[in-house]
Design a binder for this molecule. Structure first.
Ligand SMILES: NC(=O)c1ccc[n+]([C@@H]2O[C@H](COP(=O)([O-])OP(=O)(O)OC[C@H]3O[C@@H](n4cnc5c(N)ncnc54)[C@H](O)[C@@H]3O)[C@@H](O)[C@H]2O)c1
Ligand SMILES: O=C(O)C[C@H](O)C(=O)O
Ligand SMILES: [Mg+2]
Length: 663
């Protein structure tokens, strides 16, 4: 072993393990599970969920950390290799002596029994080795991908260990399973592919059914795929995270590889909010790809065909939405990274029909509003004291603009027309103005009248007003970037902002990191440490000239919000995701901002603390659903404190459950 591996980084401290989330079990009086499965459909798969089994008996698996909560045993019909090949039942070296005997595992495992803590320690070292090998060869991207594939393979082997490792080392692993590294994994999907995870709904297979046997047969194809050919029943799934792969992060169309963003988002539902990983489905809607690099790649695993559009696309998505909502009536449909011709359009079509949520529109808007509310607290100002420039008027840009605009109306009493005037939206052609051709859905109401800008100066002779022109003329106090255009928040733009605003808020929110509109260290330098910042991907804290303390750059990523919103919707069994639910969640999130206590601190809570934050935000969401009457769940506590405790006690945790043979 190379010496650098032997003297690895700070040794992983076993005692530090499990500091997140592992709490002694309480509340036996209310130990009925949150998400019950009808006894008649209790298939082995549905029994996997702790919440799925109604039994008085609870035990602590001997390999779990001391003091972990007791959980119902799992009765399984598998034995021997079948157990070890299933990531839900395979505990590897952590199988107890009794399990080894009763499930006939003995000869497949070396004799030592190691507890979960030791397994996490071992897995962490394996992960670190991949990082160190790369640092030697200056191959950061390959190292990240090696770490990504390692973690995905761990997920395929032992689900509890995967989540226990992530939970323990969230700071290092979040950026691998999520942005930025997940973006590289998507680009390389067909090269890295080992075994499937998630569900692939392929348009050509669907269309073949429709053509030969009619639309119902197409729907049946979708039903079979989503239920694993009938294995899953109506109460077995809480969440479906789907993408059509057209607008992945800021990197565009990556076809069927988009499944990895759904898998990443699903994992964060579990890590960030304790949603049971066995009750979520990640789904790729394979409707083709217009990415010629993929189409020409013989290894590409999706449908090598132009993306379908128009009625064909709409019918396929419509059948997906309605089949999913009818077979899993209490589930939430999460849309991720659809292209901008479809994201808002589909959300508007379905938001009043089923419980659905577009993360890029609504999740992004929610977190950005919470960050803007923090800015106002720091500056002791109101939302309506601000002038907003949104650079990139696409899915996320419109989601953010609408959310802040609505807050101006509901919190500060402005009319919609007055509030719209606070925003300057910029897209490829420059500032959106009313005379522009081809404004997309949602853009027109924010486009400015020509008369308002006719006296503006232009720095270059272009048709539209550039970002710099808009900053010079409109004098914004808040600048938000969701354009995917790296480096556009340059020195000139930042310095221009500082000319008219003492503490400008500058949020380069594009992902992954390499597409961020600006780099916090530079923005800080150009603004003499005055800029209040938030980014979409993680960046290191920055030095502030003349100050000892570093400035922590808030991560304004929708991951700060959507796990809690999803949890709230699932717990409440809300049949719609209304604005009231989102607003309640935003208020709760904003109230937890570190900057509220200390104006020099971060604008948002640390994403690594998402689990704790989510419990509070989810409680607020459930409460709002109860108040507006969309909550279908019965017997929930009525107070925020009660709800928070209820949710915490039922959150899925990476703990082993005792395995027993089904008699
Ligand atoms: N931080 C977060 O939580 C979060 C959430 C969603 C999206 N995002 C990021 O925001 C970016 C955009 O995502 P989206 O889903 O809105 O994509 P999108 O394609 O819908 O929107 C991008 C918009 O930017 C515009 N644009 C492109 N080049 C431009 C230029 N030179 N000047 C001005 N505008 C330009 C496009 O025309 C488009 O309207 C991505 O990088 C994505 O990762 C961040
Ligand atoms: O996935 C993320 O990191 C955030 C967001 O949904 C995006 O598309 O960039
Ligand atoms: Mg997204």
């Amino acid at each position: 072993m190379p010496t650098h591996l032997a003297r690895s980084r700070a040794p992983f401290s076993a005692s530090a393990a499990f500091r997140l989330g592992f709490r002694p079990f309480r509340c036996p009086a209310r130990s009925r599970q949150l998400l019950t499965v009808s006894a008649t459909r209790a298939t082995e798969r549905s029994e996997r969920t702790a919440s799925a089994v109604s039994t008085a008996e609870r035990t602590v698996h001997p390999s779990n950390p001391p003091g972990s909560r007791p959980l119902p045993p799992l009765y399984i019909s598998k034995h021997g290799l079948e157990v070890l090949e299933d990531p839900v039942y395979n505990y590897g070296a952590a199988h107890s002596a009794e399990e080894r005997r009763k499930l006939k595992l003995g000869s497949y495992l070396p004799s030592a029994v190691h507890d979960l803590r030791t397994q996490v320690d071992r897995a962490y070292k394996q992960l670190q080795q991949r990082q160190e090998i790369a640092e030697l060869g200056d191959a950061e991207e390959q190292a990240s991908l090696m770490q990504y594939t390692f973690l995905r393979s761990l997920k395929d082997q032992n689900q509890v260990l995967f989540y226990a490792l992530l939970q323990e080392s969230l700071k290092e692993t979040l950026k691998i399973i999520y942005t930025p590294v997940v973006g590289d994994s998507i680009i390389n999907f067909s090269r890295l592919f080992r075994r499937p995870d998630g569900i692939f709904l392929s348009y050509p297979s669907y269309a073949e059914e429709v053509q030969s046997r009619g639309r119902d047969a197409g729907r049946q194809y979708i039903r079979n795929a989503l239920t694993h050919y009938g294995e899953l029943g109506p109460n077995d799934v809480d969440l479906l995270v789907a993408t059509d792969g057209e607008g992945i992060l800021g990197i565009g169309d990556w076809g069927v590889g988009g499944i990895n963003i759904c898998i990443g988002k699903s994992s964060i539902y579990t890590l960030g909010a304790g949603i049971d990983p066995n009750r979520t489905l990640s789904i790729a809607l394979d409707v083709g790809t217009n990415n010629m690099q993929l189409r020409e790649d013989p290894l590409y695993l999706g449908w090598s065909h132009d993306r379908i559009t128009g009625e064909e696309y709409d019918n396929f998505v419509d059948d997906y939405v309605h089949v999913a909502a009818s077979i899993f009536p209490h589930s939430l449909l999460h849309f991720e990274d659809f292209g901008n011709a479809n994201a808002l359009r589909l959300l508007n079509r379905y938001k009043d029909q089923v419980a659905c949520f577009n993360d890029d529109v609504q999740g992004t808007g929610a977190v950005a509003l919470a960050a803007v509310m923090s800015v106002c607290k720091v500056k002791n100002e109101y939302l309506n004291d601000q002038t907003y420039v949104v650079f990139g008027a696409g899915t996320a840009g419109l989601g953010i603009t609408n959310r802040i605009r609505d807050a101006l109306c509901t919190r500060e009493g402005m009319t919609k027309e007055e509030a719209n005037k606070r925003f300057y939206l910029i897209d490829r052609e420059g500032l959106l103005t009313k005379s522009m051709q081809g404004l997309r859905e949602g853009q027109a109401e924010f486009a400015r009248d020509e008369s308002e800008v006719s006296s503006w100066s232009k720095s270059v002779d272009t048709e539209g007003f550039s970002l710099l022109d808009v900053v010079k003329n409109a004098k914004p106090t808040i600048l938000i970037g969701v354009s995917g255009q790296h480096g556009t928040f340059n020195e000139q733009v930042v310095k221009e902002m500082c000319k008219h605003c003492k503490r400008p808020a500058i949020f380069p929110l594009s992902n992954p990191s390499r597409l961020s509109e600006g780099v916090p260290a530079q923005i800080s330098e150009w603004s003499n440490g005055k800029a209040l910042m938030a980014t979409g991907s993680p960046f290191d804290p920055v030095d502030i000239l003349g100050k000892e303390r570093k400035y922590i750059v808030a991560e304004s990523n929708n991951a700060m919000f959507y796990p809690a919103l999803g949890l709230g919707v699932v717990v409440a069994k809300a049949n719609r995701v209304s604005d009231a639910l989102i607003v309640a969640g935003v208020e709760a999130l904003a109230s937890l901002s570190p900057a509220l206590k200390d104006p020099e601190d971060a604008l948002l809570p640390d994403l690594h603390d998402v689990r704790n934050i989510s419990m509070k935000v989810a409680a607020a969401v459930v409460r709002a659903a109860q108040q507006e009457g969309t909550a279908q769940a019965k017997g929930l506590p009525e107070t925020l404190e009660g709800l928070e405790e209820y949710i915490r006690d039922r959150a899925w945790e990476p703990l082993y459950r005792e395995l027993r043979p089904k008699s």
